[in-house]
Design a protein around this ligand. Sequence first.
Ligand code: FES
Length: 257
Amino acid sequence: MEIHAPFVARKCEPGQFIIIRVDEKGERVPLTIADYDREKETVTIIYQVVGYSTELLSKKKEGDYVADFVGPLGQPSILHKRERVLGVAGGVGAAPLYPQLRKLAEMGVPVDVIIGGKSAEFVILKEKFEEFCENVFIATDDGSLGTKGFVTNVLEDQIAKGVKYDEVIAIGPLIMMKNVVKITKQHDIPTMVSLNPIMIDGTGMCGGCRVTVGGETKFACVDGPDFDGFQVDFDECMKRQTMFREEEHECKIGRGK
Ligand code: FES
């Protein structure tokens, strides 16, 4: 979805995010900035319909309005001029990964990407990545596109083939990032991940987005969302992410009536 948001579009950088509120009573949904056009003054967001608010958002038509679109929030990604970088994306994680890899390619860094999804329809932005990535690998759980299996299978294959990456950027479900880090740690490949915990204000005041990184409490909204994957306590993040699942479900059922 392309949103006309001049102030955000003028200042945002890869890695940053916005918080959208679809209507005045809506929850605040953090979404990464997938792309931006400074001339058109637009910001592109990509989301998956998972709850009440994203469902409501999906019903918007061209020319409609949303209540708020706050940003850019968080720290821009720190992109290093490496020899070769591998991006690993799971599902909608391809959206925040895309501007980061594109910027690296613009800096002259050779980039490869592995895009994963449950099935072919969950693999997004393949053609966009093909515009600048040297290799685009696909992995789907059911084998409907690319390798049948997980992104980690492709990652292991690439490492086994002797392809040398000096940085990996992994963005996707927590379990995927955790498993990517398990492999890259063994091979000592620096790995950045992007965390998307429960957020409320997005400005460092509520503490809702706290994560443990290197034994310290960090707020993903102001200190992140990118962190050194080797330092992240993924198990704690996963526990916190499911905290309000029941309420979310109730909200969806209740409001749907
Ligand atoms: Fe409130 Fe980060 S969302 S402190």
